[in-house]
Design a binder for this molecule. Structure first.
Ligand SMILES: [Zn+2]
Length: 166
């Protein structure tokens, strides 16, 4: 029986959210247990995707469940993108912020699954958006980076002034 942990969500502007994650070399029980705990934490917070830096872990791994199955991805890479789609996205690490993000409509993604096998999948719809969002996290990119610069400045100063009060 795996030891499932209930992680707490790391929120902006924590440093780890801006880092490039470490590639996973060996898929072992430790990685599998982190993935299961991430999935648990994602469901508990009503998310459809979660990347390791969002729970303070610097591994190149993410989980997604946007309604068409569970994806536990290790070292994911996008091989191909098709079409564009604009949707309003939220992020567990940026509570109460919604950003309009332009992403590929369809993607082909390659990753290692929790048994250490290389998997290639063609994805579309919300799952494709969620996977792109999580892969952004693994390179330190956040949805606010898609905002025009003047809006980014106002979000930055608003969060800064809030943290002074708290
Ligand atoms: Zn996010």
């Amino acid at each position: 029986m795996r030891n499932i942990q209930d992680y707490s969500i790391v929120t902006f502007p924590s440093d780890i959210l801006r880092k490039r994650m470490r590639k996973v070399g060996k898929v072992d029980e430790k990685i599998r247990s982190i993935l299961s705990s991430m999935l648990y934490t994602m469901y508990k917070n009503s998310g459809i995707g979660l990347a390791a830096p969002q729970v303070g872990i610097d591994f190149n791994i993410a989980v997604v469940d946007a309604g068409d199955g569970i994806y536990k991805m290790i070292n994911p890479v996008i091989l191909d993108k098709k079409g564009t789609d604009i949707t309003s996205e939220g992020c567990l690490s940026l509570p109460s912020i919604l950003v309009t993000v332009k992403r590929a409509e369809k993607i082909k993604v390659k990753y290692i699954d929790e048994l250490g096998r290389e998997v290639t999948k063609s994805l579309s719809g919300i799952t494709a958006k969620a996977v792109q969002h999580e892969i952004d996290h693994l390179t330190g990119k956040l949805i606010i980076d898609y905002l025009p610069w003047f809006k980014r400045i106002s979000i930055g100063s608003c969060i800064k002034s809030n943290s002074k009060i708290l």
